[in-house]
Write a protein that binds this ligand. Structure first.
Ligand code: SF4
Length: 303
């Protein structure tokens, strides 16, 4: 039987024959997080050096790399089945979820988080509407937050930003007070951005779009901190990366960015590139403290 520790580290997005919906045990959410994978094709406009989605030829075996329009009725059917499985306890009668302790046997959130970037999928907004509808019909039994976990790039379009704002944060929408956007910022200087996120978006354009977005949307920042042990070009986040991050997050706050919290992570699972390694918990804490001095935000480390 799996232990609680291994269950927390499992982020397997395959569940039975489902195409879109999968359960994971989430420490942060405090129960079962129902994941929605809008990218079964593994499509992403970043190529993060630490990404655990295997896009190597062997990892793409059996994957159709073309984006097929999201089948919303199929997604809702999968969601309904999983929610029933959680509420009836059926999910916990089989491996691996039989190891979940009683107090965590509940649905904790719906997380738009998959094998790529959800906001780049053309059906992103209709899917969001369907999830909100689904949740409203469950209100009373399930008052659960929806979390959008994103690299933010789809929100750089003002129309998408506006639509997300209306759905998540306007009075009168069907939002839950805890609906959240977890917005990834891994680098705040051009060299680190090119090294870590490896996007084709030029850094200056990226950063001005980040600024524009955070002035309009409340977010929790998620930052992945990793070291690259490449003898020819080592990358240590406690150097220039740290200085640029601190300075630019501070500037964002000064400009009026709506940042609720800042979450720091390090690599928890094996990455395709073995030179990418996690930071020790002592170095993570040292980094957190260094950021915290002069930044009036809750800054937390998650493993
Ligand atoms: S944005 Fe997410 S899915 Fe895309 S490459 Fe980076 S870590 Fe992977």
């Amino acid at each position: 039987m799996e232990t609680l520790k291994t269950l927390y580290s499992r982020h397997d997005r395959s569940y039975h024959d489902n195409r879109y919906v999968y359960p994971v045990l989430s420490r942060r959410a405090g129960g079962i997080s129902v994941g929605i994978n809008l990218n079964p094709d593994k499509g992403c406009n970043f190529d993060c050096v630490y990404c655990q989605v295997d896009r190597t030829p062997s990892g793409m075996r059996g994957i159709d790399p073309l984006h097929r329009p999201t089948g919303i009725p199929v997604l809702l059917e999968e969601l309904n089945r999983l929610v029933e499985g959680i509420s009836s306890g059926r999910l916990f009668s089989r491996s691996p979820f039989e190891a979940v302790p009683e107090h965590l046997r509940k649905m904790a959130d719906i997380a738009l988080s998959g094998d790529g970037e959800p906001t780049m999928v053309p059906e992103f907004l209709p899917v969001l509407d369907s999830l909100m509808d689904f949740r409203s019909h469950r209100t009373g039994r399930f008052r659960i937050p929806i979390r959008l976990i994103t690299n933010g790039t789809g929100l750089f379009r003002s129309s998408t930003r506006q639509a997300v704002r209306e759905r998540f944060f306007s009075a009168g929408s069907s939002q839950s007070p805890q609906d959240e956007i977890w917005f990834k910022i891994d680098a705040a200087d051009p060299e680190s951005f090119n090294r870590i996120d490896r996007s084709s978006i030029p850094f200056d354009r990226y950063w001005s779009s980040v600024t524009e977005t955070l002035l309009e949307l409340p977010v929790t920042i998620q930052t992945m901190v990793c070291e690259i042990r490449d003898p020819e070009a080592p990358f240590d986040p406690l150097g220039d990366w740290r200085i640029a991050m601190k300075e630019n997050i501070r500037k964002l706050l000064e400009q009026g960015a709506q940042i609720r919290e800042w979450h720091l992570y390090t690599v928890a699972r094996r990455t395709p590139d073995p030179s990418v390694v996690p930071l020790s918990s002592e170095r993570m804490e040292c980094l957190r403290q260094s950021f915290q001095e002069g930044i009036a935000l809750p800054i937390r480390i998650f493993s």
